[in-house]
Design a protein around this ligand. Sequence first.
Ligand SMILES: Nc1ncnc2c1ncn2[C@@H]1O[C@H](COP(=O)(O)OP(=O)(O)O)[C@@H](O)[C@H]1O
Ligand SMILES: [Mg+2]
Length: 259
Amino acid sequence: MKEPVVSFYNVSKSYPLYGHIRGVKNFLFDFPRNLTSMKRERFEALQDISFDVYEGEKFGIIGRNGAGKSTTLGLIAGVLAPNRGHVVVRRRVSPLLSLGAGFHPELTGRENVELNGVLLGLTRREIRRKMDEIIEFSELGDFINRPTRVYSSGMVARLGFSVVAHLDPELMLIDEVLGVGDIRFQRKCVEKMKSFKESNVTMVLVTHSVASVMNICDRAMWIDNHQVRMMGNPTEVVEAYAAANGVSIDTRAVNKSAL
Ligand SMILES: Nc1ncnc2c1ncn2[C@@H]1O[C@H](COP(=O)(O)OP(=O)(O)O)[C@@H](O)[C@H]1O
Ligand SMILES: [Mg+2]
């Protein structure tokens, strides 16, 4: 068995429940006590999650909205810390660019590519060598020289995916990139991800696309209600997930080139 690149040991992650203030006046009336109780009330986004992702594996994560998929990626990327348990990441991880989180809004697209390349440990020369390819793939045209704060969410996602896919991270994190771009760009992303299938890069892919999970991933994990419901063969996991949500899909009919 290959070495695990990512290991989650009984990981729980909760967020403070700040949304639960009932009436500002009442809240302020007993401010210290309310503040304490507010801090105590937390929402568990992940409960006692354990899994490993192995070297070179393409690992898919599926689940309903709010299940805890992005939280899982945030923990791998190190932008979130667990409240309980341990997260161990043994490779150079790509920034969470598909969320636009790794971009500085005042820097241009080009400068952001350079910044992320440096953060990934590449030399200036390596970055320059890949720059044209990144820009071309992102299809941003002249926008590449404008600050990313003027980008649409689709443009941010396009540049984010392009950077992640071209800067050779050892561990690639991709969060629902297929949900943002237009259909032609989605196709390009899928083809690019398929091209990694034979490479040694480790990939953790969050997606709502059943076809992508089946066509790209070696293994899949279904997160349901903040816990791991099932893990294993992508087709079997997808079938169980669809069935549990009252959707019938014929996985045998899923085309190799389907999005
Ligand atoms: N920063 C945050 N503060 C409070 N709650 C959050 C935060 N981020 C996510 N959550 C909550 O945690 C749960 C899991 O979120 P997320 O991991 O984004 O789910 P998914 O990516 O599967 O849709 C959701 O119910 C969401 O509302
Ligand atoms: Mg998400």
